[in-house]
Design a protein around this ligand. Structure first.
Ligand SMILES: Cc1cc2nc3c(=O)[nH]c(=O)nc-3n(C[C@H](O)[C@H](O)[C@H](O)COP(=O)(O)OP(=O)(O)OC[C@H]3O[C@@H](n4cnc5c(N)ncnc54)[C@H](O)[C@@H]3O)c2cc1C
Length: 424
């Protein structure tokens, strides 16, 4: 296939070796039709990756198979993975009943629960790049490309740079769209013994679900891998103190019959979307582009979308369209990220089985801010309109086929399942 943009994409850099950077470097190696392109994979080995990120969406199964050229079964075993068929919600909403958000078709479509570290290792094997261990000081768009400034090395010019350096230092309203309607900002991570046993003969076929359990101070995820089970308590550090979280976490594990755990990390996180994800020469991806709490595991799928959109438009569109393509791709990506944010924030809108300070804050203070935060005038995209249309569709007595296929970040079927489960 002729790819008219490929000849203007000869020198590419990926900065960062977390999940996002690893996906981008493998994607460039796989998709670029010219063997003679140059790819620099740059990262500072002194700056750790987040390394959490064990839930995904079904598109990752196909994507990893394409990137690695390995059978699905081999990929799943290399990731110490299990097959995730959806998210099992416990204690959420106003109906006081547990329910599952399935990938569709229900009980057929699956994603992975995976080890993020092992995924980066796997992707590295499929990447053909020059590896540069150095600190990047700046990445800037320049005439005809982007310039990367290094600490202790000469600067380099590239046709395209993927900036996968992780969370921004601090949010700046001029550069970032805040998502204050998501009420959480911190995670406590613990690792416990595996509850799903590895199968020596092949991949584990047993269906698994990410558990999302409402707790007085937030919620706990439980992600089963074959190597360990990952638990995370997601909460708001302004509303609840760490000692209360640790105490409730202990109580939860005890009730779950888990007697030993390894304390892994306390991770503060921002909920935001960058206003400039892509400018034609620099593409922010992963946690550098957008982040929202992990309730629906939207981070890896977001990185897949960001990398795919940028690479496909750069490879398949002639260079003369770049000035017009870049703002359109940027707006599309912002729109999608904000749709994910609205979908996730909406999960809190009906509260939970707990009438606690956190849940009152989530339902009565945080979520009502979504209209102002996602106002089209402030964010220059249509995410709020699309979200409103989804809610309006949910309230219709009859829905035709075309409407059933609509998306606002996630498919309409996800909105239906959540609406029924939450009771809103
Ligand atoms: C609590 C929690 C749970 C999560 N759960 C999920 C989940 O279930 N599913 C999901 O999809 N996602 C999840 N995520 C998100 C997941 O962590 C991200 O998808 C993943 O971490 C992507 O991170 P990243 O690659 O963008 O950045 P990072 O992992 O932060 O990597 C940044 C990279 O950039 C390099 N770097 C940074 N600064 C420089 C510099 N100046 N110069 C050179 N190199 C630099 C670092 O060395 C590193 O290699 C979760 C996140 C959190 C916080």
């Amino acid at each position: 296939m002729i790819q008219p943009g490929a000849s203007s994409l000869r020198k590419i850099a990926v900065v960062g070796q977390g999940t996002a950077g690893s996906l981008a470097a493998a994607g460039v190696s796989r998709l670029h039709p010219h063997g003679d392109h140059e790819l620099h994979h740059i990262y500072d080995s002194r700056i750790p990756v987040v390394g959490v990120g064990e839930g995904s969406w079904p598109s990752l199964v196909q994507h990893l198979q394409q990137l690695t050229d390995l059978p699905h079964e081999t990929v799943q075993r290399r990731l110490m993975g299990t097959r995730k068929y959806g998210v099992a919600f416990e204690g959420w909403g106003r109906r006081n009943r547990d329910f599952t958000h399935y990938f569709m078709p229900q009980r057929v479509s699956y994603a992975y629960h995976l080890s993020a570290d092992l995924m980066a290792d796997l992707l590295r094997e499929s990447t053909r790049a020059r590896h540069i261990d150095a600190k990047v000081l700046d990445i800037a768009k320049v005439e005809g490309g982007a310039q990367v400034e290094f600490e202790g090395l000469a600067s380099e010019r590239y046709d395209l740079v993927f900036d996968a350096r992780g969370f921004p230092g601090e949010l700046d309203p001029d550069r970032h769209i805040g998502i204050p309607f998501i009420p959480t900002d911190t995670a406590v991570i613990r690792r416990c013994p595996a509850i799903v046993e590895e199968d020596r003969e092949g991949p584990v076929l047993q269906p698994t679900y990410t558990r999302a359990v409402a707790r007085p101070h937030g919620w706990i995820f439980v992600i089963p891998l074959t190597v360990h089970t990952s638990y995370g308590y997601i909460f708001n550090r302004e509303v609840s103190g760490l000692p209360d979280i640790e105490a409730d976490f202990d109580a939860f594990l005890e009730a779950d019959g888990v007697s030993e755990f390894e304390q892994r990390a306390v991770i503060p996180f921002p909920n935001f979307v960058h206003r400039r994800i892509y400018d034609g020469a620099v593409a922010r991806i992963g946690n550098a582009a957008a982040f929202m709490e992990p309730l629906e595991a939207t981070a890896i799928v977001s990185a897949q979308l960001q990398i795919g959109m940028v690479l496909q438009t750069r490879l398949n569109r002639p260079m003369e369209h770049l000035e017009r393509d870049a703002p359109a791709v940027n707006r599309f990506l912002i729109d999608n990220m904000l749709c994910y944010g609205l979908f996730v924030g909406w999960h809190y809108s009906c509260g939970s089985r707990y009438d606690s300070e956190f849940w009152r804050y989530a339902r009565d203070c945080a979520w009502p801010r979504h209209r102002e935060a996602a106002d089209p005038g402030a964010v220059d995209c249509a995410a709020l309109r699309k979200f409103d249309e989804m809610i309006e569709l949910l309230n219709r007595s009859a829905i035709d086929k075309a409407d059933r296929e609509r998306m606002c970040g996630v498919p309409f079927t996800s909105y239906v399942q959540m609406s029924r489960g939450l009771g809103c």
